[in-house]
Design a protein around this ligand. Structure first.
Ligand code: PXG
Length: 457
């Protein structure tokens, strides 16, 4: 029995316009253009209310890693709904899905991680980390250590603390953020720099800006550094190889906690289980969400290292923090089914050895197009830059909106990607076949040609 009314596209658009406020949306503009109504999905394809079939080059919103329509994930939700649709993990209670998932997550993660705290989203996970980091240093007898260093253009979520950790100026401006005790340094984005340094020199310099900030704030006041292994929403910013080892050195030298925000990079996106594995860092916290359930249900959480967890447990007393849906049983059951599927189908190794290299080589060949100034892709997380001049790498002026034009041509030809300024970004599901990868690339060439035509008039 379907719970959702069947209506025409127009009717849904009208209801949507009148009643639904969307995230990160200019509503005036949306109402002029009308929303795109997605009605169903299968494999790597989504279908809109007009029946258009679109290859989902963004895995929903960086999350549907296992692809759509995976029956065993759906069955796991149904079975758990019947067994125990909800119970909390407050007041000395627990339930098998949360227990089993916590144990499974610790098996998948680096040895310093033996405990997880569950949340409902990536934003809630990062808010949890802010509170745990500060509580940890209080318990360590260093209550002045409350400052967390993050990076410009980072995205860590939309709640007040997570948006403060993020480095998006437009978000800060709208609501008086960041909250006190959060400071930002530059992102390790070589392409966006003046490119006077080699990539590796630039990576070291970007990491050293953290050290400079530590000295400026005072090492005794700095609690932690947070970073996405590869910045996602900011435009798939792949740091130079030299960056993360230097960041790890700095955190070690000053005794600062390292937080790896794995909301996008966690659970295989880079061809390793976590971005920290890919870049060989040893974080004290990892935030996760999205791919843990392949987006089939909301779930987030925090891996807490023994360094922190032992102190919280031994000295902390009650930690006054938690969510109604911390460890929601159905979300946890879905996560277990999803992770087992990823393991059984060897999807992480497939990204490392098969579909990752396959798509990457074709992606990098896009650099032969006259509009493409830079390409990058790690695992199945990539971007290309649209430029006006390939030699100088000069960009089109902002009003030309080259990235958006290209994104629209992609969509018009059946592939969904995202534009961040003039950067076009891509993160397809892990189950992408070779022929689907070919389709994605062929459509990208076509969209680039159409963009070139549009920009030359
Ligand atoms: N950390 C990272 C690294 C993220 O990418 C969050 C935290 C917050 O997660 P929740 O579950 O609270 O949304 C994210 C989310 C985009 C886009 O346009 C990216 C995200 C969310 C919405 C849009 O690229 N990432």
């Amino acid at each position: 029995m379907a719970a959702i009314e069947k209506r025409s596209r127009n009717e849904w658009q009208e209801l949507d316009k009148n009643h639904h406020l969307h995230p990160f949306t200019d509503h005036k503009q949306l109402h002029e253009q009308r929303s795109r109504i997605i009605t169903r999905a299968e494999g790597v394809y989504i279908y809109d209310a007009d029946g258009n079939k679109i290859l989902d080059g963004m895995s929903g919103l960086w999350c549907v890693n296992a692809g759509y329509g995976r029956q065993e994930i759906i069955d796991a939700a149904t079975v758990q709904m019947n067994e125990l649709p909800y119970y909390n993990s407050f007041f000395q209670c627990s339930h098998p899905p949360a227990i089993e998932l916590a144990a499974m997550l610790n098996e998948l993660s680096q040895p310093q991680f033996n405990r997880v705290f569950f949340a409902g989203s990536g934003s809630e996970s990062n808010d949890t980390i802010v509170r745990m980091v500060r509580t940890y240093w209080d318990l360590m007898g260093q209550p002045e250590r409350h400052t967390i260093i993050s990076r410009n253009n980072a995205y860590h979520g939309s709640t007040v603390a997570a948006a403060s950790l993020g480095g998006m100026k437009s978000m800060h401006k709208q609501s008086g953020l960041p909250i006190p005790g959060i400071v930002h340094v530059d992102q390790p984005h070589w392409f966006a720099s003046d490119r006077s340094l080699s990539r590796d020199e630039f990576g070291i310099a970007a990491a050293r800006s953290i050290e400079e900030k530590i000295k400026e704030v005072g090492p005794e006041s700095v609690a932690a550094f947070i970073g996405e292994p590869i910045q996602g929403a900011g435009g798939v910013v792949v740091p130079p190889d030299s960056y993360w080892p230097e960041v790890q050195r700095i955190c070690d030298e000053y005794g600062i906690l390292l937080i790896s925000d794995e909301v996008i990079t966690g659970f295989g996106r880079l061809g390793e289980w976590f971005g920290a594995d890919y870049f060989s860092t040893r974080p004290d916290f990892m935030a996760f969400a999205k791919g843990v359930t392949s987006g089939y249900l909301p779930l987030g959480g925090v891996f807490v290292s023994d360094r922190v967890a032992d102190v919280l447990i031994e000295k902390g007393g009650e930690f006054f923090h938690g969510y109604t849906y911390s460890g929601h049983p159905v979300s946890c059951a879905v996560a277990i089914a999803n992770l087992k599927l990823i393991q059984r189908e060897n999807l992480v190794a497939r990204i490392k050895d098969d579909i990752g290299p396959y798509l990457q080589s074709k992606w990098h060949a896009l650099a032969d197009h006259p509009l493409v100034g830079d390409t990058r892709m790690v695992g199945l997380m990539g971007a290309f830059e649209i430029v006006k001049d390939k030699d100088s790498l000069e960009c089109f002026d902002k009003e030309r909106r080259a990235g958006t034009i290209c994104r629209d041509h992609l969509l018009g030809n059946g592939v969904c990607m995202r534009a961040v300024g003039d950067t076009v970004i891509c993160a397809p599901p892990f189950v992408l076949s070779h022929s689907e990868a070919d389709e994605l690339i062929e459509t990208t060439w076509k969209a680039l040609d159409l963009t070139q035509q549009a920009l030359s008039v």
